[in-house]
Design a protein around this ligand. Structure first.
Ligand code: XIL
Length: 342
């Protein structure tokens, strides 16, 4: 049974795609996308560095093909992301003299970008990650260039502009580790402050980059409950499960090395063992049990990638691993044993 059929009464089931998947001539790639998913996210193609690499240069090739696929599939099509501290060119924050821009100049740059990108896809993108990853783990604002130059206003201005440009689109704040109470409190307090000022915030995206043991199911569940109680829809926006042990700097690991030949940190080079795949199945089953319990609060669950071969987790947080975080394997075949349990 296809994923979107399994969850038809619960929430949209999404997948993050890159250019070669949006344009694929491979029948299997197209079939896996179209049969299993009813929501799409752009993994990299709408990030600032891709879509707007130079002040006067916009690249809409990917975006145009992406929204066309979304329309063809009648999918709930997501934009990711308008404002982030990563994958954003330096010129955004600096003037021609390399000195930091003034607050006014930075916000003007941001607003022009939102107008151009969200404006072009008005009516074609149903929801935007307006601001991505602006908070620290303790709930304070991240000291990004956005925050250092413009303070909290950058976030309010971003949501205001997105609402003005496309009043029909849903607007989201998206972050990782939203299961962590301290981080979540900072996010929800600020999101409520924005709403009190008349700024539209529809949902809080919990990215959902999980490992086998962490976070706990209780932490995930409390996150969903708190977001809902604060008055926002819940979206699981970037789900995957890292099955590999993570090297830690604190334990003396050199995180800059390539881990391809490491037996300790890259144990399934030639294939995942049945024991490890059973753990993955158990983890996914437990996670989806919680999502299903709260399906009245959750409107979308999106996997961060189509199949294991192209998952970003092969190269994050360290390079060169062979990871198995998704529900479709390295040949894009469904992991039937895992899917059967969710
Ligand atoms: C990742 C992509 O998956 C990688 O291909 C890219 O090299 C870096 O970004 N949080 C986010 C996503 O919001 O945009 C990130 O995507 C993963 C973490």
């Amino acid at each position: 049974e296809s994923l979107k059929a399994i969850f038809a009464d619960s929430y949209h089931i999404g997948v993050a795609l890159n250019a070669w998947q949006v344009n694929s001539t491979d029948a299997k790639v197209n079939a896996v996308i179209q049969e299993n998913f009813n929501s799409l996210s752009p993994e990299n193609g709408l990030k600032w560095e891709r879509v707007h690499p130079e002040p006067e240069q916009y690249n809409f090739d990917f975006g145009d093909q992406y929204v066309a696929l979304g329309e063809k599939m009648d999918a709930f099509t997501i934009g990711h992301c308008l404002v982030w501290h990563q994958q954003t060119p330096r010129w955004v924050f600096q003037g021609e003299d390399n000195a930091p821009k003034s607050k006014e100049a930075l916000l003007a740059t941001m607003e022009e970008h939102i107008e151009a990108v969200a404006g072009r896809y008005k009516g074609k993108i149903q929801g935007w990650d307006v601001v991505n990853e602006a908070f620290n783990e303790d709930g304070s604002f991240r000291q990004s260039a956005w925050f250092k130059i413009a303070g909290k206003d950058f976030m309010k201005a971003a949501f205001r502009k997105a609402q003005e440009v496309d009043p029909e689109a849903e607007l989201y704040y998206n972050d990782y580790n939203v299961w962590r109470a301290s981080k979540r409190k900072g996010i929800l307090d600020f999101a409520k402050e924005m709403v009190a000022e008349g700024i539209k915030v529809d949902a809080i995206g919990m990215q959902g980059h999980y490992q086998l043991e962490t976070p706990t199911l209780e932490e995930i569940e409390q996150g969903i409950i708190d977001i809902h109680e604060a008055g926002f829809k819940v979206m699981i926006t970037e789900l995957d499960v890292d099955v590999l042990p993570r090297p830690r700097r604190a334990e003396g690991a050199d995180l800059n090395m390539n881990f391809a030949n490491s037996d300790e940190y890259n144990p399934y080079k030639d294939g995942i063992t049945p024991e490890a795949e059973a753990k993955l199945a158990e983890r996914y089953a437990a996670i989806f049990k919680i999502y299903e319990k709260h399906k009245d609060k959750i409107t979308r669950v999106t996997f961060w990638g189509l199949g294991d071969r192209n998952s970003w987790l092969n190269n994050f947080p360290v390079r060169g691993r062979t990871n198995y975080p998704l529900l479709f394997d390295r040949n894009l075949d469904p992991k039937t044993e895992v899917i059967a349990k969710i």
